[in-house]
Ligand binder design. Structure first.
Ligand SMILES: [Mg+2]
Length: 229
């Protein structure tokens, strides 16, 4: 049975997609008087492209923050010199948003007494820390590992090396990695010889080569995986 659970934050415990969309719309309101809803998928596609580059170590985070808005503004034929301010405004909005899934707190309350919990997130420190505080999630975790702070992103093995070190080198077979991203969470866990649980709340088809041991469609189902109900 498991002794340690590694939990991703965004789109696993917090509804990041909704928070990001709200933050983006607030940012458009501020900077682009004539924006329309079809700007959202345009930005999201560009952002995903650059975010993957950052996770792969191809661009640093400072660059991501700027280039994703520059590329977006060019795409919608707006003034790209606004990119810096827009990027900053967006992150400020995001840092204020903590939409928990309905069952997140319930699940953490149930599992925290029985497992060592580590929060493992690819994100910016100045965004993730206030969100964790605001969502009142910190008390449940024995360790919090933020990629930005340690300089390595999931799925890199160095990210997991660091996590295992701060957890006191648990046995790998007792550790379960839970997250929504096939490329960072599931691939990272699989490569590190951990069991993995895919948080697939939007019921996507798995078209990747990364196969999880378990798949859940709500965070509440984690209790079934852990045989706690
Ligand atoms: Mg995630």
């Amino acid at each position: 049975m498991y002794t340690h659970i590694l939990l991703d934050l965004d789109n696993t415990l917090l509804d990041f997609d909704t928070s990001a969309e709200l933050s983006l719309m607030q940012t458009f309101d501020e900077f682009l008087p004539k924006w329309s809803l079809d700007y959202l998928p345009i930005y999201q596609e560009i952002n995903l492209l650059y975010w993957k580059k950052m996770e792969a170590g191809e661009i640093p985070k400072e660059k991501l923050r700027l280039v994703r808005f520059e590329a977006f503004l060019k795409e919608v034929q707006a003034d790209p010199s606004k990119a810096q301010d827009m990027g900053q405004h967006y992150l400020q909005q995001l840092a204020n948003k903590t939409l928990l899934y309905a069952q997140t707190t319930h699940v953490l309350q149930h599992i925290a007494p029985h497992f060592q919990l580590a929060l493992v997130t690819n994100g910016f420190e100045e965004v993730q820390v206030p969100r964790l505080e605001k969502a009142q999630l910190l008390p449940y975790f024995d360790q919090v590992v933020i990629s930005d702070v340690i300089g390595h992103y999931k799925p890199a093995s160095q990210f997991f090396d660091h996590t295992f070190e701060v957890l006191g080198a648990p046995e790998k077979k007792g550790v379960l990695m839970v997250g929504d991203s096939l490329s960072s969470d599931i691939q990272g866990g699989n490569n590190y010889d951990l069991d993995t649980c895919w948080a697939n709340f939007t019921k996507k088809k798995n078209e990747s080569e990364h196969i999880p041991n378990y798949e859940i469609h709500s965070i509440g189902q984690l209790l079934e995986v852990l045989e706690m109900e």
